[in-house]
Design a protein around this ligand. Structure first.
Ligand code: NCD
Length: 309
């Protein structure tokens, strides 16, 4: 496995299968260790800065949890309005400033390519927690960890990715990682929200089998994993268009009853109406376990970029 020490985490395509297997192993180790000890001292004295220019609940809090469980400290900028970005400071200048305080930066920003811009401006590791409709690689890592934990293996994966595949950065990152395992993928979306052509053709050129369809029931009947996503309202310039596609796919108890018995349901959250809360009690509803797994995966990433694993 290539070492992640000192590395930026910017894109789902930056990892080899060996890298992923290594990260999953470290995450599983932390999951066990945390259960036994509650907290660790591995990153004592290190400081992580979280810079979020867009809303977040899970990503920011799980990075902060992960850093603190490892004994490190966190400084945080929770909104664009509360920082000097509101006074017109460039992202590069903000990043250079934060690099005077912290040992690594987690950034979420509405602009495509923003994490790379920040990474290019500073010598410390930058972790992309979402750059517009671009990438969200640490989410993809926690997704693949969840799939591994739920299924017990990453062999013979058949997965339906559902919803806003055009704007959803979690799926953009996840398909890169799934492709390393030769997963067969069903892309389920309204015509307007299809997976970008360059991503689909890139996957096909690697020999990945992809079926594009608008029919969720059909795709679900062919796969053992359903990864649902929210229609990304904030990426629409025309809200009338959003109104036309919102609520396209809803999994409720009735729909669930018609699905394969052991199907596993994933969602990066937040959900709007894609999964009815009545589905939460279904044993295969893995999305809150997925949230929890985010801590173990982010502990692994942090320990590794600081060269402690
Ligand atoms: C996602 C995001 O921000 O891209 N949230 C997350 O990190 N779990 C998904 C979304 O906002 O729909």
């Amino acid at each position: 496995m290539a070492s992640l020490k000192g590395k930026d985490i910017l894109h789902g395509n930056q990892f080899s299968k060996k890298d992923i297997d290594g990260i999953l192993k470290v995450a599983a180790g932390f999951e066990k260790e945390l259960k036994a000890k509650g907290a660790l001292n591995l990153l004592k004295g290190k400081i992580l800065a979280t810079l979020f220019f867009e809303p977040s609940t899970r990503t920011r809090l799980s990075f902060e949890t992960a850093m603190q469980r490892l004994g490190g400290g966190v400084i945080s900028m929770a909104s664009a309005e509360s920082s000097s970005a509101a006074k017109g400071e460039t992202l590069a200048d903000t990043a250079k400033t934060v690099a005077q305080y912290a040992d690594a930066i987690v950034i979420r920003h509405p602009r495509l390519g923003s994490a790379k811009e920040a990474a290019d401006a500073v010598p410390i590791p930058v972790l992309n927690a979402g750059d517009g409709a671009g990438q969200h690689p640490t989410q993809a890592l926690l997704d693949i960890y969840t799939i591994y934990r739920e299924r017990g293996s990453l062999k013979d994966l058949q997965i339906s990715l559902v919803g806003d595949l055009k704007n959803g950065r979690t799926v953009h990152a996840l398909v890169e990682i799934l492709s390393l395992y030769g997963a067969r993928m069903y892309f389920v979306s309204p015509g307007l929200l299809q997976m970008p052509e360059e991503i689909t053709s890139g996957l096909r050129s690697k020999g990945i089998e992809i079926v594009e369809t608008e029919d969720l029931a059909y795709a679900a009947s062919q796969t053992d994993l359903l990864y649902l996503t929210r229609i990304q309202k904030e990426r629409f310039s025309d809200l009338a268009e959003y109104e036309r596609v919102k609520g396209s796919y809803v999994v409720d108890a009735k729909f669930l009853a018609a699905l394969k018995k052991d199907i596993i349901l994933l969602h990066p959250l937040p959900r709007v109406d894609e999964i009815h809360p009545e589905v939460d009690a279904y044993p295969g509803a893995a999305y809150f376990r997925q949230v929890r797994n985010g801590v173990f995966i982010r502990m692994a990433i942090l320990a590794m970029i600081f060269g402690k694993r």
